[in-house]
Design a protein. Structure first.
Length: 116
């Protein structure tokens, strides 16, 4: 059974940092494109950061560029999101997604709350 499990969420003050991780029980993990999404209350789910099968193929939402870094470890089947200089508007549930041309899997989400 395929599972994606996010961890690392929590409460942090503005300007602080958090590191999210998503562990995947996926066969041939390295062939999956990995994406972090987030959904704030009352808003649609939005793409935060994306990493292709080549580890240097990354893209970011404009709102997080320069503050967030996505990375993957194909030996551990994990994808991480380092979040620095957090802002109030980064508050959301963060989800990881793994997909190929024929498959797509989601984690259950982890809550990130930025508050003073």
């Amino acid at each position: 059974q395929v599972q994606l499990v996010e961890s690392g969420g929590g409460l942090v003050q503005p300007g602080g940092s958090l590191s999210l991780s998503c562990a995947a029980s996926l066969f041939r993990f390295s062939t999956f494109v990995l994406t972090w999404y987030r959904q704030a209350p009352g808003k649609e789910r939005e793409l935060v950061a994306h990493i292709g099968t080549a580890e240097d193929a990354t893209t970011y939402a404009d709102s997080v560029k320069g503050r967030f870094t996505i990375s993957r470890d194909n030996t551990r089947n994990t994808v991480s999101l380092q979040m620095n200089s957090l802002k109030l508007e980064d508050t959301a549930v963060y989800y990881c997604n793994a997909r190929t041309m024929t498959e797509s899997y989601w984690g259950q989400g982890t809550q990130v709350t930025v508050s003073s």
